[in-house]
Design a binder for this molecule. Sequence first.
Ligand code: PRP
Ligand code: MG
Length: 237
Amino acid sequence: MTTTVQPGTTSARPAVTTRPYHHRLGTSVHLLPQTDQLRALHTVVRDRDARREDFVFYAGRIIRLLTEAALNLLPFEPYDVTTPIGRTYRGLRFAENLVGVPIVRAGESMEAELRAVVPGIRIGKVLIQRDRTTKRPHLYYTAFPQDIATRQVLLLDPMLATGGTALAAIEVLRDLGVPEENIVFVTFITCPEGLSAVCDRYPGVRIVTSAIEEGLNENAFMMPGIGDFGDRYFGTD
Ligand code: PRP
Ligand code: MG
């Protein structure tokens, strides 16, 4: 199913709240264990002088960890197999259909790692760009499987800052009938403002992230942050 949507500013509004999110840790908000390895990976990608090939490689490693953590949140059902010596292994398998939905453009940096761990996964697209001046998200284009309302959706975007983009993307999915509980938002880096914006509006959506920053500066950049993830990953300005 490919739909061309009316270009324009969505009804989503950037967050104005910075309410605490800590009570949601472990339920709505899943933060990767802050291991020394993860901090070392972050140290490479947050360095303003990082070479682009290092940024892409080490960001990819963190995205792989995020992807695995997101898959852990999906439903499984009992599934037995017979082992080579004829015994039964009482196992599990994914209970639901999956679809990955990168928020283009920067979300496409997360698509390859998802494809690498879920071969043949269906991939939808939602193209949302923030206005460079107002920072308000514009929705330009969507493409989804016909049966998306019955699928578990991994929504991919490396940055959740004010939350405006995430809210716009979730609104699109909700309009198509996807229950909040079927949406896992996978994001590289976020902040209290963005978490509050999504959790307050969509408490059933789960968020997986590798870092929660101090907050936003006056230009809606996270601090200490990583800069513009998309520009750094793709090598554009
Ligand atoms: C960036 C980023 C997120 C969004 C986060 O996208 O990829 O989509 O901003 O900000 P928000 O939470 O305040 O909405 P941008 O529109 O800059 O374009 P890009 O994906 O092409 O980098
Ligand atoms: Mg984006």
